[in-house]
Write a protein that binds this ligand. Sequence first.
Ligand code: PLP
Length: 466
Amino acid sequence: QFLSNPPLTLEKNSVSVPPESQNFHWHGFTQMADFQNIVIERAEGCWLTTTSGQRLFDGVASLWCNVHGHRNPKMDEAIRAQLDRVSHITTLGMSADITDQLAERLAEVTPGDLKHVFFSSDGSSAVEAALKMALQYWHLKNQTTPSSTSTAKTRYLALSSAYHGDTTGAVSLGGIKYFHQLFAPIVFTPVRGPLPCSYRLPDGIRDATACDYYAHEIESLLKQHHAELAAVVMEPLVQGAAGMITHPAGLLARIRELCDQYNVLMIVDEVATGFGRTGRMFACDHEGVTPDILCMGKGITAGYLPMAATIARPHVFEAFLGKSSERKQFYHGHTFGGNPLAAAAAVASLDLFRDTQLTETIDAKSQFLRECLAPIADHPHVGDVRGRGLMVGIELVADRNRKTPFDSDRLIGRNVCERATELGAWIRPLGDVIVLMPPLVASNEELRFLADTVTRAIEEVLADID
Ligand code: PLP
């Protein structure tokens, strides 16, 4: 009943050269030769309206970042009010009051004693800042205690299939074949950890022993490499872009202990999981973990304006303190880091989180969405329905018993998402994993619409598949 207009029709693979009107705007992760653009002119709540009047449910929260819905009056008002005060100044040597206020509010909502906020403009840049912060931290520490280690701590441990963004440092950490392999000649090589995937455990490993198994694998690497490692970098609980891979419970806390034991910093990338997405403000809260450095982006401004942040604990921050002549300052900074309009959006979003207690509603919504998806979970080509909170992945497989993937050239995931879009729910796949990441304010009625639409799309596309 949500659709007031006839559904969209996408002409699949019909264009070999994009129409000229589409050439100006080069879209990321998109084959421009067979690209059917959908142009949005309005958005409200969880719904997008195209220039031809069709309504689409925003099933991926505008790339995993929308929280309170589009055109939330409080968000709009806060940004407009800030526009009347100051829209942009540098944060190199000065700050806007709203940005300082935001830093304090972020320290309040992030885990433990995370306190010192370094602003940037997107998730990848928040990760870059964390990498450089960790490296400079060890450089400064080793200057003051030269005997502490003879090897420079200049490397990072990243998990298999990691995704931390598209800038060069983030790509170095990355482990997704199509996104990262091509760029190998221009990046650094991390120490590569395992992929702690609860769905495909190694032979002989069960749910109950999976955490110990992966912790042991990571410990072996730390034993071997700790002297050269500045940090372990990881997404907590769910590796989003890897295909919503869920880690065994307890692993995050075990890795925290191992980082302490082997004197390596822990950088947690909460760009996707932060701001209520998993049912806690930050995913680290599920396991009572405080990393040394935490990266956030996407949901920080509730998806309204570009902003990201890297927040550090006092022991990290304090290593950078000294006389100007000692040149210990963090050698990093972005033109638009801490932008006041974005900061106003972020403060307004935190006010909304507090006033609506949105995070506390996520477990129930997640449960409801899972119930709506229960029938499709039994489909012979649905291997797994997984995730945490409102971060859900449905993995489509050729053989459910053997967990065998489809041949990736068949583009099954893409076909399902295109059909769902025609039926009124805008979603994007990760290979053959169908991603559902609605805005956190989605009502049960809207979640039911999303689940029903995706169910129908999967059934139709996989009806006669061999
Ligand atoms: N880190 C994680 C875990 C992400 O999921 C993403 C984006 O999807 C990024 C970093 C990069 O963020 P951005 O696209 O804002 O640069």
